[in-house]
Design a binder for this molecule. Structure first.
Ligand SMILES: Cc1ncsc1CCOP(=O)(O)O
Ligand SMILES: C=C1C=NC(C)=NC1=N
Length: 215
């Protein structure tokens, strides 16, 4: 199979839905099915924060959500948890700067998709050398979902990266909605990554569809 090519990945990053059991009061499986119906292009299982599942329960939910993605050929990405990603043969892993260095992770995951959260040019250049496939840049707008974020950066960092000729696929994240997604794309992102805008929408399907229309 080999590493995914950038152009194919750019298409996958368009509406990148992220969710864990703590992000919705509804049944996460139902929410994921509705989000897929609405047109999300990529899914990340992020089981983190207050009340997050652990151990067997976390693995069981991951397998259930992976099955739903597989039925619709939506790639399934795991956040942070390399063991889980390898255990269930996920399509990829997303890591932060505080996780294991990207070089080590790349060695362990082979050709799986590797996403890295980036906040500076130096981090970006290191991640490129380490073999990252895409960058997550944020928080673009204020968000309540992740409390320990670096300062809200707007779309300026995306623009700086593109001005410097960094062509690596980029997804923006943080407080993104159908209303502001267009500005994230105009700044040079290949897609938007959302948790609340979809997982806590009145109509999950409509929210995903709305976002897809605006990217
Ligand atoms: C995981 C993460 N990283 C930066 S902001 C964020 C949370 C994004 O959640 P929401 O889309 O609900 O603002
Ligand atoms: C922190 C993150 C940044 N970006 C993405 C795509 N996922 C994350 N979990």
């Amino acid at each position: 199979m080999g590493r995914i090519n950038s152009e194919e990945l750019r298409d996958l990053l368009k509406v990148y839905f992220i969710m864990g059991s703590t992000n919705t009061a509804k049944n996460p499986e139902e929410v994921l099915k509705e989000a897929i119906n609405g047109g999300i292009t990529l899914f990340q299982f992020r089981e983190k924060g207050e009340g997050a599942l652990k151990g067997d329960e976390k693995y069981a939910l991951a397998r259930q959500l992976q099955k739903i993605c597989r039925a619709s050929s939506i790639p399934f990405i795991v956040n942070d948890d390399l063991e889980l990603a390898m255990e269930i043969d996920a399509d990829g892993l997303h890591i932060g700067q505080e996780d294991e260095p990207a070089e080590r992770v790349r060695e362990k995951i082979g050709d799986k998709i590797l996403g890295v959260s980036i906040h500076t040019i130096d981090e970006a250049e290191a991640a490129i050398r380490a073999g990252a496939d895409y960058f997550g840049l944020g928080p673009i707008f204020p968000t309540n979902t992740k409390t320990d974020t670096t300062p809200v950066q707007g779309t300026s960092l995306i623009q700086v990266f593109r001005k410097r000729g960094i062509t690596v696929p980029i997804v923006g994240i943080g407080g993104i909605t159908a209303q502001n997604a267009g500005t994230v794309m105009k700044a040079g992102a290949d897609g938007v990554s959302v948790i609340t805008a979809i997982s806590q929408a009145i109509s999950v399907t409509d929210a995903a569809r709305e976002l897809r229309k605006n990217v």
